[in-house]
Design a protein around this ligand. Structure first.
Ligand SMILES: [Zn+2]
Length: 281
């Protein structure tokens, strides 16, 4: 009788052990992700501003401990605890991600919906071209692996306050607003201007992008300037506003509506941001 009780005790202990093991296995695999880029940085915190503790190779399994703002706290290389960008463990085709790949970038096509923006000399609306340009920028940025969020992807109304809010709620590393300039009299001004409000990171982004504009765009460069615009002022996210030509200059507008010029803007912004993120401490 006693022996039976003892055996039963062992059986119960065995069942508990097997059950625990099964539960642990389930937890491990349900919280495990696979690295889908050639090499992924493991950082000391959940953003690109934290230092790199190590790297993991494509195909490596990472155990997720915690999720925060689209970053994952993981156990990598069996024992190293650190943070990785969640979208780089998804199924992407990025083969050589640089630091920009870990960044969240909010792209803001100026105006839209009831707010048409400025008008060309033939009555064309600024909102149409800011959207075309912003979409090309978003496309090129996504190709780097970066997480890109666009504040509007159609002719819709988005309030001024909502735009920086989208960047804040998504813990963006950069916010880029696209606009077209307009002068009081038609055909009296020309060129491209990169605005910042806050010194520091915002000004650095404006400078890095504008350097590319200066060397790549056919329009005159009016430089990096301070600009008191709500969307780049009332925010904690590094933010710039780009005026990529005068819509009421006939010569500028010819460029603005061309696919070639729009692609040149997109590659300039991508190169500028790539440099900015590469130089971030
Ligand atoms: Zn505008």
């Amino acid at each position: 009788m006693k022996r039976i009780v003892q055996n039963r005790g062992w059986i119960i202990a065995g069942i508990i052990a097997i059950g625990t093991f099964a539960i642990l296995l389930t937890i491990f695999f349900s919280n495990s992700v696979t690295v889908k880029v050639a090499e992924l940085n493991v950082r000391s915190g959940p953003s690109v501003s934290y230092s790199v503790k190590g790297t993991v190779k494509k195909g490596a399994h990472l155990q997720v401990i915690k999720r925060q703002n689209n970053w994952l706290k993981v156990i990598a290389n069996h024992r190293q605890v650190g943070w990785v960008a969640s979208w780089l463990v998804n199924d992407t085709q990025i083969t050589n991600p640089r630091k920009i790949a870990e960044a969240t970038i909010v792209i803001d096509p100026g105006h839209g919906g009831v707010d048409t923006g400025a008008l060309s000399n033939t009555g064309k609306q600024e909102q149409t071209y800011t959207l075309q340009i912003a979409k090309k920028v978003a496309q090129q940025l996504r190709a780097t692996g970066a997480r890109v969020i666009i504040t509007r992807d159609s002719d819709s109304t988005v309030s001024l306050n909502k735009r920086p809010e989208i960047a804040e709620t998504n813990y963006a590393d950069a916010f880029i607003s696209f606009h077209l300039d307009s002068s009081d009299e038609p055909n009296t001004a020309s060129g491209v201007t990169s605005y910042y409000y806050h010194p520091g990171r915002s000004k650095q982004i404006a400078t890095d992008i504008n350097d590319q504009f200066r060397s790549s765009l056919p329009l005159p460069n009016r430089g990096v300037q301070f600009g008191d615009f709500l969307v780049i002022r009332d925010t904690n996210v590094p933010s710039v506003l780009l005026e990529t030509g005068y819509i009421n200059s006939n010569s500028n507008f010819t460029a603005i509506k061309s696919v070639n010029y729009q692609n040149q803007i997109a590659s300039s912004v991508t190169k500028g941001l790539t440099k900015y993120f590469a130089n971030q401490a």
